[in-house]
Design a protein around this ligand. Sequence first.
Ligand code: ADP
Length: 225
Amino acid sequence: MRAISHELKTPLNVIYGNLQLMESGLYGDISSLEEPVNEIKKEILRIRELIDNLIDLSRAETGRVSIKSELVYFENLYLIIESYRNLAKEKGLEFNFDFIGNSPFSSDYNILITIISNLLSNAVKYTEKGEIKGKIEVMEDKIIIEVKDTGKGIPLENIPLIFEPFYGERTSESSGLGLAIVKKFVELLKGSIFVESEVNKGSIFRVEIPRLIRPKSFEKKEHNY
Ligand code: ADP
């Protein structure tokens, strides 16, 4: 998968790089092409994300993900949360995200970010009015990630299906891999995922993952706070 990913991403990077050179004016004025150039760039980024998602899924499915126990600070998560706050704002949605408990805490940063991003991305994508409310709560024995929205909801009979790869409508915004990846990662961490949803009312996604063994430096650092 790594080799294939490389083969696919290299030409995309070349295309993207050339677009940037064109935009810089190196080949003359292309200001009249701003719109199509932006569209092409957007699609390139989308394909790159799809490739990354496919790799994540394949690694998680084959169990070839080494789980890292590292110190994560709430501050490490701010940037990604802010990007979803902006997307929500653009759609006129209220957005709140709470950080509860002790920071830093031990977890696998990349897995955590993947879970939070996918849940927030869906909440923004499938909500047209109202509010998105999220939280990360660090407890003694587990970490809870919860994302609530007031969006279109999911019919009860479809809830088991949403975790299947490629379930749902394929649009330029949805690859159908997000929740499949979340589920695999949650399973890998021996956690659980719960969904409550009502059509046209909204959904709640709640992930609980056990705390990882504390990294060696944890005790010492904790005393400094
Ligand atoms: P994608 O969003 O890329 O299609 P996902 O695996 O993230 O793929 O989600 C699968 C499907 O589950 C979506 O296509 C959508 O139908 C449904 N879904 C996921 N999250 C939500 C949500 N917050 N509200 C309503 N439907 C959702």
